[in-house]
Design a protein around this ligand. Structure first.
Ligand code: PLP
Length: 398
């Protein structure tokens, strides 16, 4: 794709300076020795993996974290040469290619460690592994009883190097009661104590955004894995409340993403008209309707039908009727000056109005993570200097 911005139907503008500020805020919360692993899985939570991988060093990331090898390859192609952790499972068949990308791997099974050991030996440089441990999330991780076995395995496997023990919190953002998180942390310390008796020098990591915001000192260890907060989005209302209670001083995060589209059609329809599929909205007055070329296939959730607003000329305009696959309709009756090709904000700020990921999440009965991460990767991401980063690697100034 090679398009000027005025040729785009829908696009996301990504404010790199906001991400830089947010990462600086996390840096200030963390103990000085802790590094930041910037989590860029799921197309950088919808913000554009290629764009952010290319800029990651200047944004203040020490590490990048991805879910899978394809994302790691994209980050390498975009120019990130620093440490890069794959946090999800890597199929055996992909390990040779993955090892060639100089990645760190999250491991929790013998088969993966054996395969990496052979690859590390072949290249005569050990492959770094982060052994994930089970502290009560029951997603990935080895049990405490298994730790001696794994430490033995690493001790006799020169092709792999045990770099870290890691864990993930199950219940730190959804609550202001952090007793379960603290129990997980205590469990993690049992793993670390056992490893310490062997004299291993490891780089433990446990924290996600909410952990840093609420318990920076206790959860940081060597590295914090920061995702949602780096993008300027609070993990939850509970995290916001807990952070304010802890610091007494609100931490400020700056949303980095503005999702835009443009008016494709303006028309007048009568009172009593049934708008869209199923006729789920019936107008109560003569209505100025705008048609916007974005829909659920672009990631604009169908549950926003009849409930969300968009911003046109700095003011709210309600979505009317059901969200279609590629279109939505909105009520611009109170925006008399609206014209075809006017910019419309679906998410973000326009004038004095703002629609936050959390607002759309509460309407769609989900979490802000899902709202941003499901914005289609095929939508171009545009930097403030107007560089268009299109899916598939091409970019241009326009
Ligand atoms: C996604 C993820 C994170 C980042 O969590 P945020 O809440 O977005 O900061 C950290 N660690 C792991 C293992 C993850 O999968």
């Amino acid at each position: 794709m090679d398009r000027a911005r005025n040729q785009l139907l829908t696009w996301c503008e990504v404010d790199l300076a906001a991400i830089r500020r947010n990462l600086r805020t996390f840096r200030e919360l963390l103990p000085p020795a802790a590094g930041i692993l910037f989590v860029v899985k799921a197309n950088a939570y919808g913000h554009g993996l290629e764009l952010l991988a290319a800029e990651a060093a200047s944004l203040g990331a020490d590490w990048l974290g991805v879910h899978q090898v394809d994302e790691a390859a994209a980050a390498r192609r975009a120019g990130w040469s620093g440490p890069l952790l794959v946090m999800g499972y890597t199929p055996q068949a992909l390990l040779p290619e993955a090892a060639g990308l100089d990645l760190d791997f999250t491991v929790y099974d013998g088969a993966t460690i054996h395969a990496l050991e052979a690859l590390g030996r072949a290249r005569a440089r050990p492959i770094r592994c982060h052994l994930k441990v089970e502290t009560g999330t029951y997603r990935q991780g080895i049990a405490l009883e298994e730790l001696p076995h794994y430490l033995d395995l690493f001790a006799r496997s020169p092709g792999v190097a045990l770099h870290a023990l890691s864990m993930h919190f199950a219940n730190i953002e959804d609550t202001t009661d952090h007793s379960y998180a603290m129990a997980q942390l205590a469990r993690f310390r049992e793993f670390l104590d056992q490893a310490a008796t062997r004299g291993l020098r490891l780089h433990p990591h446990a924290a996600c955004s909410a952990a840093v915001l609420v318990f920076p000192g206790e959860t940081a260890f060597a590295l914090a894995r920061v995702g949602i907060g780096a993008y300027g989005i609070w993990p939850s209302r509970e995290t916001l409340a807990s952070t304010a209670a802890r610091t007494g001083q609100p931490v400020r995060l700056h949303p980095a993403l503005t999702w835009k589209t443009r008016v494709a059609e303006v028309k007048s329809i009568p009172a009593g008209a049934a708008v869209g599929y199923g006729g789920s909205h019936r107008t109560t007055r003569p209505t100025r309707l705008v048609v916007l070329p974005v829909g659920y296939s672009d990631g604009y959730d169908r549950r926003l039908s009849n409930l969300a607003d968009v911003l046109i000329r700095g003011r709210r305009a309600p979505v009317l009727g059901r969200v279609c696959m590629n279109m939505i309709m909105a009520d611009a009756t109170d925006h008399p000056a609206v014209e075809v090709e006017d910019e419309v904000v679906l998410l973000g700020r326009q004038g004095d109005e703002e629609i936050r990921a959390a607002d759309l999440a509460s309407i769609a009965q989900t979490i802000p993570y899902e709202i941003v991460s499901r914005i289609s990767p095929s939508i171009p991401r545009v930097t403030p200097d107007q560089r268009i980063v299109a899916p598939g690697g091409s970019s241009r100034s326009g």
